[in-house]
Every structure is written in C-alpha cells, then in structure tokens.
Design a protein around this ligand. Structure first.
Ligand code: PGA
Length: 251
C-alpha cells in the first residue's frame, strides 16, 4: 500500500520565534494526526535541528534542497550525507522555484536525487508544467520528460524510496489550484508512465502528492482523488489549523 503523505514546505518564511511557535502548535495537535498519514515539515534548513527538539517523532523533518555533491568546496551548500547525519529523512528536490531562480535543470535534479538515495534520504521529487505549456497542450510532455530525465535511471528498489510531487507551476502560490480532474488526470498519467517503464507494481507503490495552492477548503476533494496520495503544501502549512485540516483530509 502506498503511503499517504502531507508535507509542509515553509520556503524562506518565519522568524525563529515564529517557527518555534508554529512547531509547538503542531506538537500540541499531534494526537489529531490520523493513523496512516505521514506528516513531513520542511522548514528553512537552519531551523531543522532546533525544530527536531520541539516536533513529535510522528512528524518527520525535511529540507527544501541539498547539494548534488557529497562534500568539498561548494560554499553555501549542504550535502545529503549531512542531512542523513542530522536525522533528516526527506529532501524536496527540483521544486519549481529552484528550477526557476537557481537554474536547476533535469540533469542537476537527477544528480540531487542520486545524492539523496546514496545517503538514505528520501527525495520528494517535484515536477510540473508552466501555464504556457498547459495552454499549448504540452503539459503531459513536460511532466513525462521531467520524470524520465530525473528518475528513470533508478532501479525499481531505488524508485520505491522516491516520493513524487506534481506541482503545476501556475498553481503554486497563486491561489489557483488544478481542478480535481486536472490533478487526477496528471497523477494517473505519471503512474502510467511509471508502469510502462518499470512495472505496475512499482507504479502502484509510489506516492504521488499534489501541490499548488492546497488549502483547508479544497484539500478534502483533491486528496480524495484515487491517484492523489497526499499534498505538498506551501502557504497553508504556515497555519496550524489549516495544515491540520489538510492532514486530516488525507486520511
Ligand atoms: P503553495 O506552495 O501551497 O503556497 O501554492 C506549494 C509549493 O510550492 O510546494
């Protein structure tokens, strides 16, 4: 059975006192997390260790990026081995903001996926099309190219450790979500591409999260789609009640 996962991407938000208060808020509600829903929080990297002392063990901590290299003269970077050493279980890789602002290509993202896997960190691999690509009818091509170029060199065993997040770029931080039909259609497509290259057993096991303006009001419908296994949540993960509502919707 594939996992239900709700992950919060805090991006570069919250002062340290605010971050601590938010984590304390989630800790106070830890008994409201449904059995079987895996909750992940990706704060700014500098806050990881401090928040690990506050969050319950039922909430895993992730980072929003890592280096493709294991060590060396890469000023400002953090390696996947360092994440593993600090008990970080997941790392978001290839978020559209990294692709857009930091020039991350499918080739770089592939190296980052590999770095995570060789260091026992599960990559949350992001894919998704631009609005112009959807309008031109190229969204399936874009997403399948992203998935194939970054992931299809992996063995089936390695693929089983990857979480995929479909995040249409036009839905991120815009308040516009994909419709339930658009999300389900793309998730089913991604699973189909996986089944074709690997096996349907591999495709069935992989968790595919939807991201892009998920909120407390739309989560229940989106997460009820058969191929949507959870959410990657930005803005709404910064509010305790909203994020808890989304977590409960994933049940
Ligand atoms: P959003 O961000 O929920 O604020 O749209 C999602 C994301 O970027 O992962």
């Amino acid at each position: 059975m594939r996992k239900k996962i709700v992950a919060g991407n805090w991006k570069m938000n919250k002062s340290w006192p605010e971050a601590k208060a938010l984590a304390e808020g989630f800790t106070g509600r830890k008994d409201d997390i449904p059995v079987g829903v895996h909750v992940i929080i990706a704060p700014p990297s500098l806050y990881v260790q401090g928040l690990q002392h506050i969050l319950p063990s039922s909430i895993a901590v992730a980072t929003q990026n890592c280096s493709q290299h294991d060590s060396g003269a890469y000023t400002g970077e953090i390696s996947a081995g360092m994440l593993h050493a600090m008990d970080v279980k997941y790392c978001i890789i290839g978020h559209s903001e990294r692709r857009q602002y930091y020039g991350e290509t499918n080739a770089i993202i592939r190296e980052k996926v590999d770095a995570c896997l060789r260091n026992n960190v599960a990559p949350i691999f992001c894919c998704g099309e631009l609005l112009s690509e959807r309008n031109a009818g190229e969204h399936f091509d874009t997403v399948s190219t992203q998935v194939k170029q970054a992931l299809f060199h992996l063995t089936a065993d390695q693929m089983a450790q990857v979480v995929i997040a479909y995040e249409p770029v036009w839905a991120i931080g815009t308040g516009v979500t994909a419709s339930n039909e658009q999300a389900e259609e793309m998730h089913a497509f991604i699973r189909g591409v996986m089944a074709e290259y690997y096996t349907s057993a591999v495709a069935d096991e992989i968790s595919i999260l939807y991201g892009g303006s998920v909120n407390a009001a739309n989560a229940a419908d989106l997460l009820a789609c058969p191929n949507v296994d959870g959410g990657l949540v930005g803005g709404a993960s910064l509010k305790v009640d909203d994020f808890m509502t989304i977590i409960q919707a994933a049940q």
